[in-house]
Design a protein around this ligand. Structure first.
Ligand SMILES: Nc1ncnc2c1ncn2[C@@H]1O[C@H](COP(=O)(O)OP(=O)(O)OP(=O)(O)O)[C@@H](O)[C@H]1O
Ligand SMILES: [Mg+2]
Length: 378
């Protein structure tokens, strides 16, 4: 729509400019004829007509013109703004330069005097024509700015709405899980007192409940502004890896490398951070089809203000043209995938923890490394 208006206005202005130009040309042409006529008239015998014609010439207060002799030497000019501090020679030079410029766009109009003398009128587009040419650009820019503003308002309000739905759902899920979990906890307490009940089952049940509680904590954390607390990086990562290692194929070796001297504390929401590590590990294991090597390496960055956590696998890799898609919600290559894991990871790392996550390297057939960068508490 904006484009149609823009193009129409461009064409219309172009037509207007052309028409105005033609009129200006006619005017100059007329001046030329008047000038030639004037030269043949004796001022004394036809003073009135001469005066009238002079007025016509003076009446041009728009079109810049320079009158020159047949050698291109300026005789007079009109509607050209000459800098006031120029002497005669400088003024002539200035006008000559103007003439050179004018020549590039329009051929001069020749005045033939009866005595064989020739003069030339050089001219350029009037200010009106020049300004009019910019009108469609200005219109187009205004339209573009308006369109951009409308788009920004629309997309941010839509994003805010999506975020609200997302967060609302997560919080509600956490809330609803709360009741059956506390009831399960009560049941376990009851079974503990029952001597006939196999106590080893209770242990297993307890583990499942702990897991359920953690899931609830994750949903509840992601549903509201999470509280970040200082936590030890190494033990947080090792905790998540240990949990994962029990649940993946034995043919995947998981190795944690902590290459920092001393402890590094980072401000995190532990349930969310573990979720990140788990998601990355699960993706890595999926990419390796259950056989391979997974390395998690923690290192200080050059300026010692952040740490990098690299999750490196020996899986199938990500094709180059898909690299910028993996964080998009819904992008998945798996039969049972949702394509939400990495979206969530990115949101947790970047929105909630002010960290950064990138695909550091991915070579099809060889493997992939994801890199998280997190600020440390100094
Ligand atoms: N380590 C990896 N190696 C190769 N491809 C990967 C890796 N991690 C992610 N991908 C690709 O990115 C896609 C998106 O990953 P993401 O975790 O967002 O979704 P998903 O694992 O498919 O589904 P889910 O929502 O269950 O996590 C994957 O389907 C996979 O194609
Ligand atoms: Mg995933």
């Amino acid at each position: 729509m904006g484009l149609v208006i823009g193009i129409t206005s461009l064409i219309y202005t172009e037509l207007l400019v052309d028409e105005l130009r033609q009129r200006e040309y006619d005017q100059i042409d007329f001046f030329a004829k008047v000038q030639a006529k004037l030269a043949t008239m004796g001022t004394e015998d036809n003073a009135d007509v001469t005066f009238l014609l002079m007025e016509v010439i003076k009446g041009n207060d728009l079109i810049p013109v320079v009158l020159t002799d047949d050698k291109g030497e300026p005789i007079s000019s009109k509607n050209i703004e000459l800098p006031s501090d120029l002497n005669y020679v400088q003024r002539m030079d200035y006008l000559k330069k103007e003439v050179q410029e004018m020549k590039k766009n329009y051929a001069p109009i020749k005045i033939d005097f009866t005595d064989g003398e020739e003069q030339y009128i050089y001219y350029a587009d009037s200010k009106l024509v020049r300004n009019l040419r910019f009108a469609p650009m200005i219109q187009l820019s205004v339209l573009a700015i308006l369109a951009l503003a409308a788009y920004l308002v629309f997309s941010t309000s839509r994003r805010a709405e999506q975020n609200q739905v997302w967060a609302g759902l997560a919080k509600e899920t956490a809330h609803q899980l709360g009741t059956p979990i506390s009831s399960l906890v009560a049941w376990i307490e009851y079974f503990k007192t029952d001597e006939d009940f196999d106590q080893s089952i209770i242990e297993e049940l307890q583990k499942d409940i702990t897991r359920l509680e953690m899931i609830t904590a994750r949903f509840s954390n992601i549903g509201s502004e999470p509280v970040l607390k200082p936590a030890n990086l190494e033990s947080s990562v090792r905790g998540a890896v240990e949990y994962m290692s029990k649940r993946i194929s034995a043919k995947v070796s998981m190795n944690v490398h902590y290459n920092l001297e001393g402890q590094a504390d980072i401000n995190i929401s532990l349930p969310l951070f573990e979720w990140v590590v788990e998601n990355l590990c699960r993706n890595a294991v999926d990419a390796m089809n259950g056989v391979g090597r997974l390395d998690i390496t923690m290192e200080l960055t050059q300026h010692k203000t952040s740490v990098t956590i690299d999750v490196k696998d020996t899986g199938k890799g990500i094709p180059k043209n898909k690299l910028n898609k993996v964080f998009n919600p819904g992008y998945t290559t798996k039969k049972r995938g949702w394509g939400l894991g990495l979206t969530l990871v990115k949101r947790i790392v970047e929105d909630y923890h002010k960290g950064k996550i990138i695909v550091l390297e991915s070579i099809p057939g060889e493997g992939t490394t994801f890199r998280i960068t997190m600020p440390i508490i100094v």
